[in-house]
Design a protein around this ligand. Structure first.
Ligand code: NIG
Ligand code: FE
Length: 422
């Protein structure tokens, strides 16, 4: 059979294969390794995966890539980001070094609201221009699919402007971009002390406007639109979070939730009851709620670059979550405040050191399970026949180097939908 591209002779071809859903428990430690492996690609899709000798016999290719001495693995999926924003918050970085906490800075009018001011002042073109280099950096580090949240506009016009920026970026980038509406990211200053009234605005005006925009933009965005909320002390409580997510579900938007980043408000049980696709952060989730999550179809997403960036020695108990059977995923959470980090390999490196994940567990969490955290596990996240050909060629002889080394970039080539884009 004639194919477009054959990648062959990989020292390790790492499939992360799992035909029946996300990986859990002991399966997380298995990356589906094929020594001297090859990958056949046609029309942007994976046709076959196997030993080089077999694929060479079965296929003749228009183009070949010799991956001798290298690792071939799925592109990373980053399932939780706030990568579209304007300005920066380097000043807050310095304030934290001097002793202020993230929540103190937020309560003093900095934090998310400070980025809100910059986003409201920016044109959609400025938002695109500032965000594009960050997406390019992520691609160079091996990320091939990126979820992007709104939530720095916090009024209807500015939230729609953020969605427009995401659609414009999607139409000019090789990456798959997945939009999430996060109008309930913070209470804007004009609603200070009137959180319920702001939730009314989100539910009655912003969400319907976002959905209308989404239906009109279907041609540029080939991904679902999610609805998310920051369920946190002094932000949105459990009941307010429930209102937002239920309103989204009624409009057809699958739910995601920021829960247990600083204070436990039983956000995991809310996520499970609502059938959320993912529940994210989980830094202070008690064991009973980890158990509940493990019994559910909701993916748990941990974001250890946040703890690292905030100089915290406390990390989500991801080891315990895997052992309990949670479908665990990793994400950067790239944003100007809590995690100015574009790198999935760095996140994996932190997860291995501070959360005791094995390199294999970190890789499955950043590929296959991350795709499931976006409801896209059936077509992304692993090297299996029929899936989209999003593939990395890594300049190392062993996949463990992806987490073992850190601070550099081992990603040598990125193949997106069967095309070499880097
Ligand atoms: O996931 N926790 C809420 N949202 C982001 C932080 C965004 C910001 O600080 O600008 C997060 O950590
Ligand atoms: Fe976040």
């Amino acid at each position: 059979m004639k194919i477009d591209l054959l990648i062959h002779s990989a020292a390790q071809l790492v499939t992360c294969a799992s035909p029946d859903g996300p990986k859990r428990g002991e399966a997380m430690a298995d990356v589906g390794l094929i020594a001297d492996g090859a990958l056949a690609i046609a029309s942007g899709q994976i046709v076959a995966v196997g030993p080089t000798a077999d694929l060479r016999a079965d296929f003749s290719a228009h183009e070949t890539i010799d991956a001798s001495g290298k690792v071939v693995c799925p592109g990373f999926v980053d399932p939780h980001t706030h990568v579209v924003y304007a300005g920066d918050r380097a000043n807050e970085f310095e304030l934290r070094i001097r002793g202020a906490s993230y929540l103190e800075i937020m309560q003093a009018g900095g934090g998310i609201v400070s980025t809100m001011r910059a986003v409201r002042a920016a044109t959609v073109e400025q938002l695109v221009a500032e965000s594009k280099p960050r997406l390019e950096a992520m691609l160079a580090l091996g990320t091939t699919t990126v979820e992007i949240k709104t939530g720095y506009g916090l009024d209807t016009t500015s939230e729609l402007k953020m969605l427009q920026a995401i659609a414009l970026l999607a139409s000019s980038s090789p990456l798959d971009l997945v939009p999430t509406f996060l109008g309930a990211h913070a209470v804007p200053p004009e609603y200070k002390g009137r959180t319920d009234a702001y939730v009314d605005l989100v539910v009655e005006e912003m969400l319907p406007a976002a959905v209308e925009w989404y239906h009109a933009s279907r041609s540029t965005l080939h991904a679902p639109l999610f609805c998310d909320v920051f369920c946190e002390a002094n932000v949105f409580d459990r009941e307010q979070s429930r209102r937002v997510l239920e309103a989204g579900l009624k409009l057809g938007l699958p739910a995601k939730i920021h829960a247990d980043e600083f204070v436990n408000l039983d956000g995991v049980s809310l996520a499970v009851v609502l059938g959320a696709v993912s529940v994210d952060h989980l830094d202070v989730t008690p064991p009973a709620e980890v158990e509940l999550l493990a019994q559910s179809n909701t993916v748990g997403v941990v974001l250890p670059a946040v703890n690292f960036n905030l100089g915290s020695s406390h990390f989500a108990h991801a080891r315990g979550m895997i052992d309990a059977g949670v479908a665990l995923a990793l994400a950067t959470d790239i944003n100007p405040g809590s995690a100015p980090c574009p790198s999935m390999p760095l996140v994996m490196a932190i997860a291995c050191r501070y959360q005791r994940l094995l390199p294999a567990e970190a890789l499955n969490a950043g590929t296959l399970n991350a795709a499931y955290a976006l409801g896209l596990g059936h077509k992304l996240g692993s090297l299996e026949g029929g899936k989209q050909a999003d593939v990395l060629i890594v300049n190392a002889p062993d996949y463990r180097h992806l987490a073992y080394q850190f601070g550099g970039n081992l990603v040598e080539r990125v193949v997106k939908r069967g095309q070499v884009v880097l």
